[in-house]
Ligand binder design. Structure first.
Ligand code: AMP
Length: 351
C-alpha cells in the first residue's frame, strides 16, 4: 500500500493526467508528471515535472527514483525504455500497454478470450489489402496498427477499386470489416491491487468525425441489454493482463450482441461524467487502485449525466456554458484551440 503523502508518477502530460493529478492531490498525494512536451497541462497542477523524451532512460530512472509508483495517462509510451523504472512499480503493467498499443495484438488477444471483434486482417502491402478486401468484403476500414486515435490514421474503403487506388502509408496496418452498429458504448472498470473489480454504468457514446462528442448515462435499454457480456469480456481482459487501475473497452451494440472495438489501458474520455455523476470518479479510483487503497463505490450519484466534449473552438463558448448554472464546466488549460483538439468538457446532471 502506498499511503497518502507519497509521490505518484504519471507518464503523459495531457488532460487525463491533469484530472488524475487533481484526484491524487485530493487524496493527499504528490504527483510527478513525465512528458516530452514543455507546455504540459498536467504538470500545471502537479508538484513536479520532468520534461524529457520517453526514450531518455537516464531521465526515466531519475523520475522513478522520486516515485513510489508510476502509472500513465498516454497508452503510446514506448515500452522498452520503461525498464529504466527499475524497482518502482508500473501499474497497469507494461504488458497491458503492449497489448493495447497494437490493434492487431489487441484484437487477437481479445478474440483469444472469447470476445468478438469486427473481422480483421493484418495489411503490410497492397496485395495484403486486396486479399483482405476480397476475404472480409466492403465496406471496411483500414487503420494504422499503432498510434491512431480519434479516428486519425483511418481510411474508409467502399470498394475493391478504392483499395487498389489507395496510397498505402509505410507502416503496419489492419483492415477491418465495417460494423453496422446501432450504438456505441464503453465498459469502464477498475481493478484493485487485490483483484477486486468494479464497473461504472455504461454510457451511450456518440462520435462525430471519429471523435467522441457525448456520453450519456443511463444508456438506452438496448445498450443496457448488451452490457453483461461486454462486462464479462472486459473483466476477462483485465484478469488475463493482471491489470491494476482503470481500463476502458469500447463496443458496438449490434443485433447479434456486443462487438469489441478497442481497449484503452487508462482512464477514458467516456468516463469523464463520473467526476460529478458517480460516487467515486474514474480518476480517483485509478489512483486508489495503483496505490493499493480500497476502491470507492462506482454507483451513479444522480439519475443521469451527459458529458459533452468541447472540441477546438467550442471551448470559446465557455460563457454560454456557464450561463446555465447547472452545467459543470471543465477546461483543460490548453493554449491553442486547434480543430479536433479536446479543449474541455461539460457535464450536465439529471437530478
Ligand atoms: P477507433 O479509433 O478504432 O475507436 O475508431 C473511431 C470510431 O470510428 C469508432 O468509435 C467508430 O465510430 C468508428 N469505427 C471504427 N472502427 C469501425 C468499424 N470496424 N466499423 C464501423 N465503425 C467503426
Amino acid at each position: 500500500m502506498i499511503p497518502p503523502g507519497e509521490t505518484i508518477g504519471i507518464l503523459g502530460g495531457g488532460q487525463l493526467g491533469r484530472m488524475m493529478a487533481m484526484a491524487a492531490a485530493r487524496l493527499g498525494y504528490r504527483v510527478h508528471i513525465y512528458a516530452p512536451e514543455p507546455d504540459s497541462i498536467a504538470a500545471e497542477v502537479a508538484a513536479q515535472f520532468t520534461c524529457a523524451a520517453y526514450d531518455d532512460t537516464a531521465a526515466m530512472a531519475r523520475f522513478a527514483a522520486d516515485c513510489a509508483v508510476v502509472t500513465f495517462e498516454f497508452e503510446n509510451v514506448p515500452v522498452g525504455p520503461l525498464a529504466a523504472l527499475g524497482a518502482t512499480p508500473l501499474l497497469p503493467n507494461a504488458r497491458c500497454l503492449e497489448v493495447a498499443q497494437d490493434r492487431l495484438s489487441e484484437k487477437t488477444f481479445v478474440r483469444g478470450l472469447g470476445g468478438t471483434p469486427a473481422p480483421f486482417m493484418a495489411v503490410d502491402n497492397a496485395s495484403d489489402l486486396a486479399r483482405a478486401v476480397a476475404e472480409i468484403g466492403v465496406p471496411g476500414i483500414l487503420k494504422t496498427r499503432r498510434d491512431g486515435y480519434d479516428g486519425k490514421g483511418q481510411w474508409r474503403i467502399a470498394s475493391a477499386a478504392d483499395a487498389a487506388t489507395l496510397d498505402l502509408p509505410a507502416q503496419p496496418l489492419i483492415y477491418e470489416g465495417f460494423v453496422r452498429f446501432a450504438d456505441e458504448f464503453s465498459v469502464i472498470l477498475v481493478r484493485g491491487a487485490n483483484g477486486e473489480v468494479k464497473f461504472w454504468d455504461s454510457g451511450r457514446n456518440v462520435h462525430i468525425g471519429g471523435i467522441l462528442d457525448t456520453t450519456t448515462v443511463p444508456a438506452s435499454q438496448h445498450i443496457v441489454a448488451q452490457v453483461a457480456p461486454a462486462r464479462a469480456l472486459a473483466q476477462r481482459i483485465a484478469e488475463a493482463l493482471d491489470y491494476v487501475g482503470v481500463m476502458a473497452a469500447e463496443f458496438f451494440a449490434t443485433p447479434s450482441g456486443p462487438i469489441f472495438n478497442e481497449m484503452a489501458p487508462r482512464v477514458h474520455n467516456s468516463g469523464h461524467w463520473t467526476i460529478e455523476g458517480a460516487l467515486t470518479s474514474q480518476f480517483e479510483n485509478h489512483i486508489r487502485a495503483v496505490c493499493g487503497l480500497p476502491l470507492g463505490l462506482t454507483t451513479l450519484a444522480v439519475k443521469g449525466a451527459t458529458m459533452q466534449n468541447l472540441i477546438g473552438d467550442d471551448a470559446h463558448d465557455w460563457p454560454a456554458v456557464l450561463a446555465d448554472p447547472a452545467n459543470h464546466l471543465h477546461l483543460y488549460g490548453k493554449a491553442a484551440a486547434r480543430p479536433g483538439r479536446k479543449m474541455g468538457h461539460v457535464t450536465r446532471l439529471t437530478l
